[in-house]
Design a protein around this ligand. Structure first.
Ligand code: PEP
Length: 293
């Protein structure tokens, strides 16, 4: 059984065309090429290896019952699923979930290659244990570990240099939301964090729009409102690159996604997947999210 691609909807500019290597492709074609991607960010959970492996096993059993997943190259009809376990559990979780076509990623890397950086983990290290994705710019890293846009930009480029794919998290805080500057914040973060990233490398970049006020609070952003921000982020990408990059880059929504909210979010034209924290710690909830309708 394969999951149907949920995102064949067109954007408002569907009649426009862009030129790529094989000739002109319509915006409709480009947006239809965006494979859905669901990611589970376990953060600093579960607290033991045994619990982590139980969670991975439980998730795989349910996912297998509900739907097939597949690797990114096999775009037709699949949802890509990525798990971000804590560092010590990555290898063993990969052994379990890899059999179901689920990939693993790293929640963080340092931008230096190696050396006297106690407590840090290099891109080469997570690559060597099989990580395909790395979270960059998560709001908890920005707020609690002083990750600046300059550092995030270095990390994004390091992840790409090592042949992995960054999921770049951007989004406004509650104060910024109240001030009505969501677009300004997202534009600033996207442009600074992707500075110097080539158009060619953009095919490996996923963006996660994560309003900080929605993360871990139970306050999921309205699907329509999130979709507007996603559309806006595409206008920023169009200015930085071109319409092809804008329409083909996958943009996830993150912030208190649950089985109850996922279908509405995924029905939106410009939401290509979800980055899920709390609900990814429950195998049944995350399996349902991956099997969105
Ligand atoms: C996150 O950590 O990126 C996140 C979206 O968490 P939650 O789903 O718990 O809000």
């Amino acid at each position: 059984m394969k999951l149907p691609l949920a995102l064949l909807a067109t954007t408002s500019g569907a009649s426009a065309f862009t030129t790529v290597n094989n000739g002109p492709r319509s915006i409709t074609e480009l947006s239809a090429s965006r494979q859905p991607i669901m990611a589970g960010n376990w953060k600093m959970n579960p607290t033991t290896e045994a619990d982590a492996l139980n969670l991975a096993n439980g998730f795989c059993a349910l996912l297998n019952e509900m739907a097939d997943t597949c690797a990114m190259d096999d775009v037709e009809g699949c949802t890509e699923v990525v798990l971000f376990p804590p560092f010590p559990f990555i290898s063993k979780v990969k052994d379990i979930v890899g059999k179901e076509g689920v990939t693993v990623g790293s929640q963080q890397v340092y931008y230096e290659d190696k050396g006297a950086f106690t407590g840090s983990v290099a891109a080469s290290m997570v690559k060597s244990v099989g990580c395909e994705y790395v979270l960059c710019g998560h709001s908890e890293r920005r707020a609690l570990f002083s990750d600046s846009d300059v550092n995030i930009n270095s990390k994004v480029k390091k992840v790409l240099e090592f042949g992995m794919k960054p999921i770049l998290c951007v989004g406004e805080t509650q104060d910024e939301y109240d001030l009505g500057i969501t677009q300004e914040v997202c534009a600033m973060q996207v442009s600074k964090d992707l500075a110097g990233v080539s158009k060619k490398d953009m095919k490996d970049v996923v963006i996660a729009y994560e309003p900080v006020w929605a993360i871990g609070t139970g306050l999921v952003c309205e699907a329509d409102a999130a979709n507007k921000v996603h559309k806006f982020i595409r206008t920023v990408l169009a200015k930085m690159y071109d319409e092809e990059v804008a329409q083909s880059t996958r943009i996830q929504y993150g912030g208190s996604v649950t089985p109850e909210s996922v279908d509405g979010l995924m029905a939106m034209s410009d939401i290509d997947g979800c980055l899920v924290g709390g609900a990814s710690l429950f195998s049944d909830k995350f399996a349902r999210i991956c099997n969105f309708q």
